[in-house]
Design a protein around this ligand. Structure first.
Ligand code: AMP
Ligand code: MG
Length: 402
């Protein structure tokens, strides 16, 4: 199989996810539990937003054409506070004193700020003119009653939750979280609570993957560690296939004891990807057993994390009902000159420094894709594309938040 550029691998995964499996039926949750869930139904505005012409300032509601020749003196016919219905209609030469959040009187099309007024009983002198629409948000200008304000497939963060609250959704229809089985492989890998011999390591991948799955909106299910034995690996894979997605760590290279591919083959897997042109993370397996998506991620901890974010998360997003599964690339200027060997796209742990307006990025010193100490010091991945081999200090380069 060809060495795929990472974006082509992503396209391929998306295409295979579109073919199935089907999304499970949605469920409902209360709004206070909705953070990180994915909306399963369009949400429509229950009324116009704002529901009335809303003042954004304390001041005087006016007909803007009355105040073009400011200073002008107007007759104050009343006052409206936030939380009160407007009871007024103004004619030329009139105004209503109005508070922030209160409905403007009929006839008014702008608000002059309190700061530019001199009140004298039933009269007020306004020292500044305002264009029509100033400091007044017209009814329905944010959304009309019945219009879709949030689409099915939207990930609910705090702004979306505020919007759902404002349209009165105390219960929200969301997609079920896909269950994601996590299977670590390797004779050298021990449960984290065990005391390893000098030649053994703890199963950190199961925990980083579980954290990444949770963050992606899935429910992790950690399986027992599979030793590098074909039959046992196969049995545990079979167990993992009862979840919606199976993630494996380790055992996908070409080593003598890398059994993941052959165990999957035994179970009738169809392979779509076996390597991608990235570093870390070149050996990557994406397969399906029937409809079930399976990812074989390389075992080196940082490779596992990077390949999860680049590839496995797509499948979780898909099964979680998310419409938007983009990688949120950004960019920063390089702190130092940077060179790499092209061909592969590199995702290197890097730190951001500098200040507002001049953020700099610099790769951290690391000992390769097993170096968790280095990664914990990094804030992002510096992304070095294969189209060039050298960047000068100060040049812009892509980064991916971690
Ligand atoms: P593998 O992909 O199986 O060849 O493993 C590559 C490297 O990752 C080896 O150094 C392993 O010891 C390490 N590794 C494999 N699985 C895990 C795991 N679950 N947690 C931490 N490190 C691992
Ligand atoms: Mg291994």
């Amino acid at each position: 199989m060809p060495l795929l550029p990472f974006n082509e691998a992503r396209t391929l995964i998306t295409a295979h996810m579109e073919e199935g499996p089907a999304l499970p039926p949605p469920e409902t949750t209360t709004l206070d539990q909705a953070l990180g869930r994915v909306l399963a139904k369009n949400t429509v505005a229950d009324r116009d937003y704002p529901p009335f012409n809303r003042s954004t300032r304390d001041g005087y509601a006016v007909i803007a054409s009355d105040v073009v020749d400011a200073p002008v003196v107007l007759e104050v016919i009343g006052e409206t506070r936030a939380g009160e219905a407007s009871q007024f209609r103004i004619e030329r030469g009139q105004t209503v004193q109005i508070m922030t959040g209160a409905p403007g009187p009929e006839g008014a099309d702008a608000v002059v700020m309190q700061e530019y007024s001199q009140r004298d009983g039933r009269q007020v002198r306004l020292d500044r003119g305002v264009p029509s629409g100033k400091n007044l948000i017209f009814q329905g200008s944010e959304s009309r009653e019945g219009a879709v304000v949030l689409e099915a497939g939207t990930l609910l963060g705090y702004p979306e939750i505020a919007l759902l609250g404002s349209v009165g959704c105390d219960r929200v229809t969301v997609h079920r979280r896909p269950e994601v089985a996590i299977l670590s492989t390797g004779d050298e890998v021990l449960p984290i609570e065990a005391m390893p011999e000098p030649y053994q390591i703890r199963n950190s991948n199961a925990y980083s993957l579980a954290a990444q799955v949770l963050r992606a909106g899935g429910e992790p299910r950690i399986l027992p560690i599979a030793p590098d034995v074909h039959a046992r690996t196969r049995d545990l894979i079979e167990d993992g296939l009862r979840s919606d997605i199976l993630l494996l760590s380790g055992g996908v290279s070409v080593g003598k004891y890398d059994f993941v591919e052959s165990a999957l083959r035994d179970l009738g897997a169809e392979f779509f990807i076996t390597s991608v042109a990235i570093q870390p993370g070149k050996p990557l397996v994406f397969a399906k057993v029937g409809d079930k998506p399976v990812f074989g991620l390389p075992g080196n901890p940082i490779s596992t994390m990077v390949t999860f974010e680049l590839f496995a998360r797509l499948a979780i997003d898909w099964l979680a009902g998310r419409k938007d599964s983009r990688l949120k690339f950004s960019s920063a200027r390089l702190f130092n000159d940077f060179k790499h060997k092209p061909v592969l796209t590199r995702f290197l742990p890097a730190v951001l420094s500098g200040d507002y307006g001049d953020v700099r990025v610099d790769p951290v010193q690391w000992q390769g894709s097993g170096d968790l100490v280095a990664l914990a010091r990094a804030d992002c991945f510096l992304v070095a594309t294969p189209d060039r081999d050298f960047w000068k200090a100060g040049e812009w380069i892509s980064i991916l938040p971690r």
